[in-house]
Write a protein that binds this ligand. Structure first.
Ligand code: PLP
Length: 345
């Protein structure tokens, strides 16, 4: 259990870096660590969270963005081409961070295409499913996870969508020795009798801090309180509410949906310019009744409606939409007056 997805990504990248150095030196023992490190290259989608790029900065390695497709997901073919070009240029690809549920639009990278490439090329595949991961407790969303078997590490945040209080980020590592091997130090004052017995898992080797909070306790309480069916019901209800909001947007011809709605996030905008949508968001923010965080998709300024509070009900969705459309109508009227009615009706 890590604190955040950022820490999990960083841990994965550092472990991958260590493994890459070991792998290269296994065939070329004369090659120095400094030389190998200077050639290492990591990859992530151009839709990946900023924390992935940051992990590259902290880890002191080059990080390249892989172009996503029309649905904002990374395809295997695009990654393969970039990777081959880099290898030809003498670089050493060592880490790929796939995202399941990207921050801007909740897109899903194509694991079934990316995974085999990573495994074949000995590139560590980390999966960042910070938000979407909670949905995988529902069987109907499990297909989104197909290809996870290729991953070296996987992470999601129960503190985002599984009703566990911040901070709580769960991380799985396929081969524990890869991660422990990268960070293991054993000063005398931290030694204990069970160290070599295999009976105790010493999680200090799995994380940046030495000390650790008792995060599993709060997870345990949430699991006991809701049970599997309660948590599944929570996810299903929120996805249903997002679909309800999507339906309202689709029924209003002045608006458009900007990305597939898969879970609890709806990306939408007024048909029209970016400035128009920026203006609408400004008004929504100033009114202080609901809070939306925007993103940019294919150059377009997009509003993101995220259903995530435990107590959200259909009446809140309806009320939020009434509020948004009221502000939109006012805005269009004001601008329509100024522009002679060129705006969407
Ligand atoms: N990864 C993704 C895909 C996210 O959407 C977020 C959002 O906050 C993060 C990582 C960062 O999560 P954390 O705050 O747990 O580091």
């Amino acid at each position: 259990l890590q604190g955040t997805a950022c820490e999990a990504t960083l841990m994965a990248l550092l472990a991958a870096r260590c493994r890459a150095v070991r792998l290269v030196q296994a065939t070329d023992p004369e090659r120095s660590e400094a030389d190998i490190m200077s050639k290492l290259v990591a990859y992530a989608s151009d839709q990946s969270h900023s924390s992935v790029e940051r992990a590259g900065l902290i880890g002191g390695v080059q990080m390249k963005k892989v172009a996503s497709d029309d649905s904002y997901a990374v395809q295997g073919e695009t990654f393969r081409k970039l990777l081959d070009d880099d290898k030809k240029a003498g670089l050493i690809p060592f880490f790929f961070c796939a995202t399941l549920g990207t921050t801007p639009s909740c897109a899903f990278d194509r694991l079934m295409e990316l995974g085999p490439i990573c495994n074949e090329e000995q590139v560590w595949m980390h999966i960042d499913a910070a938000y979407a991961g909670s949905a995988f407790i529902c069987p109907e969303f499990r297909p989104l996870l197909d290809g996870v078997e290729f991953a070296d590490s996987f992470n999601f945040n129960p503190h985002k969508w599984l009703l566990v209080n911040f901070d709580c980020s769960t991380m799985w590592v396929k081969k524990r020795s890869d991660i422990i091997g990268a960070f293991k130090l054993d000063p005398l004052y931290l030694r204990h009798e069970n160290q070599e017995s295999g009976l105790v898992t010493d999680y200090r080797h799995w994380q940046i801090p030495l000390g650790r909070r008792f995060r599993s306790l709060k997870m345990w309480f949430v699991f006991r309180l809701y049970g599997l069916s309660g948590l599944q019901a929570h996810i299903r209800k929120q996805v249903g509410l997002a679909r309800e909001f999507e339906g309202l947007v689709r029924a209003d011809r002045r608006f458009e949906i900007s990305a597939d709605v898969v879970l609890g996030l709806v990306c939408f905008r007024l048909k029209g310019s970016n400035e128009l949508n920026e203006q609408l968001l400004k008004q929504i923010t100033h009114a202080r009744r609901i809070h939306l965080v925007p993103c940019r998709l294919s150059g377009r300024f997009v509003l993101r409606f995220a259903v995530c509070a435990r107590t959200t009900e259909s009446c809140h969705i309806q009320e939020a939409w009434r509020h948004i459309t009221q502000l939109a109508s006012q805005l269009l009227q004001e601008l329509g007056g100024q522009l002679g009615g060129q705006l969407p009706h």
